[in-house]
Design a protein around this ligand. Structure first.
Ligand SMILES: [Zn+2]
Length: 57
């Protein structure tokens, strides 16, 4: 049984609209974008990768 995918707006929890998926509205999309821009989302900082050390001695 394939259920239709229910997408909920991550901002307000309302059903997402196709147009603004995964958000329900432009407003919520803007809110999300703003969170990104203002750094509300925690993006794990990633140090420079150490030199690849694949080969085993
Ligand atoms: Zn929403």
């Amino acid at each position: 049984m394939a259920e239709p995918r229910e997408r909920k707006c991550p901002i307000c929890g309302k059903p997402a609209s196709d147009e603004f998926a995964p958000f329900c509205s432009k407003r919520c999309a803007d809110v999300d974008l703003n969170r990104w821009l203002t750094g509300t989302y925690v993006i794990p900082a990633r140090d420079d990768e150490p030199e690849a050390d694949d080969e085993e001695a």
